[in-house]
Design a protein around this ligand. Sequence first.
Ligand code: PLP
Length: 403
Amino acid sequence: MKVYLDNGATTMVDKDVVKTMIPYFTQEYGNASSLHYLGISAQKVLTDARKRFSEYINAFPEEIIFTSGGTESDNIAILGVVKYFRLQGESKIHIITSNIEHPAVLNTCKALEDEGVEVTYLGVDSDGMISLKELEAAIKPYTKLITIMHANNEIGTLQPIKEIGEIAKKNKILFHTDAVQSFTKIKIDVKELNIDLISFSAHKIHGPKGVGALFVRKGTSVKQLTYGGSHEYKKRPGTENVSGIIGFVKAMELSRQEDIDKMVMLRDRLIDGLLKIPHSNLNGHKTQRLCNNANIGFAFVEGEGILMHLSDRGICVSTGSACSSKSLEPSHVLKAIGLRHEVIHGAIRFTLSRYTTKKDIDYTIKHVSKIIKKLRKFSTLKEGVKYDTVEYEDHHEHEIYQE
Ligand code: PLP
């Protein structure tokens, strides 16, 4: 049986999305800048896609910049704002972000710090929430940008972006949010939320990889980073990926409220089932969380071990975020919510999609329970750590660490 529960990393492209894209490879393959009929037709399609995208988030078409994905959108937003203010002659620039951002934001901010930009990394509480009071207190006279993600990719916690938007507006600071994980799962109205810049990616919503978008509110101070033709309102030059953009917009339009309701129901079934395993806990906020995310910590076992055993049984999950799962560095997000090392190493992220079924969930619960039991039985205890024995549900004796 194949069970894909790694939709936070990427998703299967919807068959209707593929169908929609195909003509743009072999028939309607014109360059949208060309003057002949194939070019005009590509331009029309692009204009229509931009309009549909903008309407979905209550923006204007000219506020949508299509990019190669979430990473590029985050970079254009953050670096573009800093570049603008530098060119204005500002000697001091300050950015506020959080310490649980995706590397696309975190590493961009770190690179800017090396160049002399001041960055405040707000901490989060044990649920992964920033504090609005701390945010307000961090504002300096030369703060130019607040960049705080909408939904965390590892633990699924949702930040209060409406309130953050209000604080930013009140203080005349630009507000960027990374909505790569929340897009189509939570309604986004850029006007209502006072957002100036927002990043999106197609491959998290059953669209193709390598396509994304950035909303840039009209008049927002963003300087282009790369140079070429005048595509994408001069904010992102390069021949437009028409087929990819069409696929992205189609994927967006295929999302349905009933799918979200189903994901919530199955996510909760998964959480309830997995929390029956002794010494397990839910990471992230209990209610303010993504409809498809269940991040569960299993104490006294290595997440990599669980992942490999699950993979052998056809189940795909991830440890921490996909980007960091190839390194054994503990997840910066799980560290930020205050988890101890040994708990962090036993965390597994399960992310559902509209294709996830009840059968998938029950199969996963069954196998995770078996695997944890097996791994704990053979788990080697770390030197210098005292341990005790406890009885598990099945009266099987295991050794566990003691505080
Ligand atoms: N931001 C968040 C929150 C993400 O989860 C991801 C992907 O994992 C990205 C940005 C990067 O998006 P992309 O893969 O489209 O570059």
